[in-house]
Design a protein around this ligand. Sequence first.
Ligand code: ATP
Ligand code: MG
Length: 420
Amino acid sequence: MKGPRFDPPSAVRWIVHTLEDAGHETWTVGGAVRDVLAGRAAGDWDLTTRARPADVRRLFRRTVPVGIDHGTVGILARDGAMYEITTFRKDVETDGRHAVVSFSDRLIDDLARRDFTINAIAWHPIRNEISDPYGGAKDLRAGVLRTVGTPSERFSEDYLRVLRALRFASRYGLRIDPPTWTAAVAAAPHLSTLSAERIREELLKILDADRRPSSALDLYAASGAMSVLYPELDRLRSTEHWPVTTASVDHLPPGRPLLRLAALLHDLSPHETAQVLVRLRLSNAQTDAVAHRAGAPPMPGPEASDADVRRWLATVGPDHLPGVARVALARARVGAGDPEVVVASWRRARAVRATRPPLVVGDLAIGGRDLIRLGLRPGPAFKEILQALLDRVLDDPRRNRPDELEDEVRRMVETGDFGG
Ligand code: ATP
Ligand code: MG
């Protein structure tokens, strides 16, 4: 059998040479090694070395203290990329959230603390030698995911490993070894102790990179992780909405995690969507984008009036049109709607938007200053008045002229009628 082809960037070889020439044993390890053995394109090349962080920083001109406490230094290479190199470590103590580690002189210690056998393989670029003490390459060939060491211990050291197991099993099409699976299921109730950030990043990695996120979601459900972390989705799973939801997520392409997240949350109530997004602690801008795409009212059809299309654009926010349309199209393509109608509706909405109609209060030809000039006193009524003006202007953009709107304001003040 031909051996696997390791073809790291030349910067990796340069880093290893530099350290080995100075007497420090250095290997590549983790995801890239696993990916090459799995016959896939390698992602980030991570390195592990016997050198201490201070040695690394002395040997390379441009370094970044990525996580000095954990022994991780970033090396900026001539190719413009940063390579992370971490001193061999061994676990001293772990409590499910934090690990106390100490540096070690042996690669084997470093591999022992890694989560799964397939992630505990090192490759030496100069000697072209593989170090695989836990049989990760064999597991990869046999299609099995298992922890390094006793599963229940490894999960209780760091519950994130449960989610990582689900992600790796799904991404590489691996069976989870029964003892590892049993321990993962038993550990699932503890997932609620993980930080929002780690939970979120796991989900986004699945949505970002997997060809079929639904297979990871199935494992989330089967393991109990979904009911602990995403009870709203767990509820949705028992409704007729779930097949379209998961199929639409799969249908959307990798590389657009937030779009896929919007598709995943599409059939939740606005309240449930908000709960999930708050729990995930996405940035405000991301929360806003996902909530708008997930919760947009149905797109007006190709025969809808211009005013209806403008009202819809004003509701969803014109910037969210492409995202909303992509989710709608994905759903239509998997059976929830007619793709041709969605495409036609999308075209139509784009055409209306291209006429640059006023869609938000800020687009109005008059503003708060003008209201003051007209003798009104600033206060909560301002917002109401401007909203009422926008409502008129959405009906007919030609009315968006200072004189017309001022007349309208005077009329409103006289009649006390601000209603739309
Ligand atoms: P990907 O980057 O595609 O998610 P990866 O395997 O590179 O996969 P990283 O999170 O980048 O994953 O971690 C790199 C390596 O560090 C892993 O391959 C694994 O050996 C180790 N590792 C990462 N997280 C953990 C963890 N929670 N417990 C034990 N080992 C871990
Ligand atoms: Mg990685």
